[in-house]
Design a binder for this molecule. Structure first.
Ligand code: G3H
Ligand code: 13P
Ligand code: ZN
Length: 310
């Protein structure tokens, strides 16, 4: 059934695991993810960005998610707006059937972020919808960037506590060194776990923390892309061990989009390379969907630890 993330996060805190939040943009992506969650019996967050709504249209995505819900029996699935930038898009999604929205005021000064988040929380909570907010700016730890600059962009633990208290938000995305996309680190991957620990200590007990930019940019898919005609040298993500550690410390929602894109593209590139005579989209999209399914199963089982928790 369609659920909010409340119960999922509560159980995840008890079991010290994380829920996967996967970005959806079309039918094959949704089907691949949902098949994986069904087979793993894992609670699931399907998330939709403004870009996804623009690409596929709100109504198509909603109908695909409705189909997924009907097709997946008792599996708990939350439908979440990813990176809502203003009140209006959050309202549209709350009114339009989402059970969770993110209001991303991370670009705003502290007080403005609080005011905007509060406004969304008020509207959402009256309608039984939960809200994620973000404090700090996503940026990787580069070897040549001074500590003082990190202080400015990474989430401040005291501010995080004040933010949660004053907004009444249900979960908080933090900046500890991850970033969006396929090029997260120039040098060795590093996250500020010490900061994460201090954030956890300052927030209310078991408060759900969200990690954006959490794709691992699996070398297997980067190599496959490059081998079959792609050109994405130097792509690098968050090692899966670091995600396990984050879940251990208190991260309850792990956002994954880039790994879906890479899995699908790698499989499609390989298919078209090996079958230059194919032109029926079902032939290569099937491989893309299958690659997504296997990758998501691996994440749920071996990284997030939420298999069998549905
Ligand atoms: O946060 C970024 C997600 O990967 C969504 O990306 O805005 O291109 O859909 P998008
Ligand atoms: P990735 O680019 O690491 O997959 O991050 C996705 C994300 O944070 C969506 O909000
Ligand atoms: Zn994000």
């Amino acid at each position: 059934p369609l659920v909010t993330t409340k119960e999922m996060f509560k159980k995840a805190a008890e079991g010290k695991y994380a829920i996967g939040a996967f970005n959806v943009n079309n039918m094959e992506i949704i089907q691949g993810i949902v098949e994986a969650a069904k087979e793993e019996q894992a609670p699931l967050i399907l998330q939709v960005s403004a870009g996804a709504r623009k690409y596929a249209k709100h109504i198509y995505l909603i109908k695909l998610v409705e189909a997924a819900l009907e097709d997946s029996g008792d599996l708990p699935i939350a439908l979440h707006l990813d990176h809502g930038e203003d009140f209006e898009i959050c309202k549209a999604c709350i009114d339009g059937g989402f059970t969770s929205v993110m209001i991303d005021g991370s670009r705003l000064p502290f007080e403005e972020n609080i005011a905007l988040t509060k406004k969304v929380v008020e509207y959402a909570h009256e309608r039984g919808v939960v809200v994620e907010a973000e404090l700090g700016k996503l940026a990787g730890i580069e070897d040549n960037v001074k500590v003082a600059e990190h202080e400015a962009v990474f989430t401040d633990p005291d501010q995080a506590a004040e933010f949660v208290e004053r907004t009444g938000v249900d979960s908080l995305a933090v900046a500890i060194g991850t970033s969006h996309g396929a090029y997260k680190f120039k040098g060795e991957p590093r996250l500020d776990f010490e900061r994460l620990q201090r954030i956890v200590e300052k927030l209310p007990k078991d408060f759900p923390i969200v990690l954006h930019g959490a794709s691992s940019v699996l070398p297997e898919f980067v190599e496959m892309c490059n081998k079959y005609g792609g050109n994405i040298p130097g792509a690098k993500g968050v090692p899966e061990d670091m995600l396990r550690k984050a879940a251990e410390l208190g991260v309850r929602k792990i956002n994954i989009d880039t790994d879906l894109r890479l899995a699908m593209t790698a499989a499609i590139r390989k298919h078209l390379f090996e079958h230059p005579d194919h032109f029926d989209p079902r032939q290569y999209l099937k491989d893309g969907r299958e690659a997504i399914k296997e990758m998501v199963k691996h994440k749920l089982r071996n990284v997030l630890g939420c298999s069998g928790k549905a």
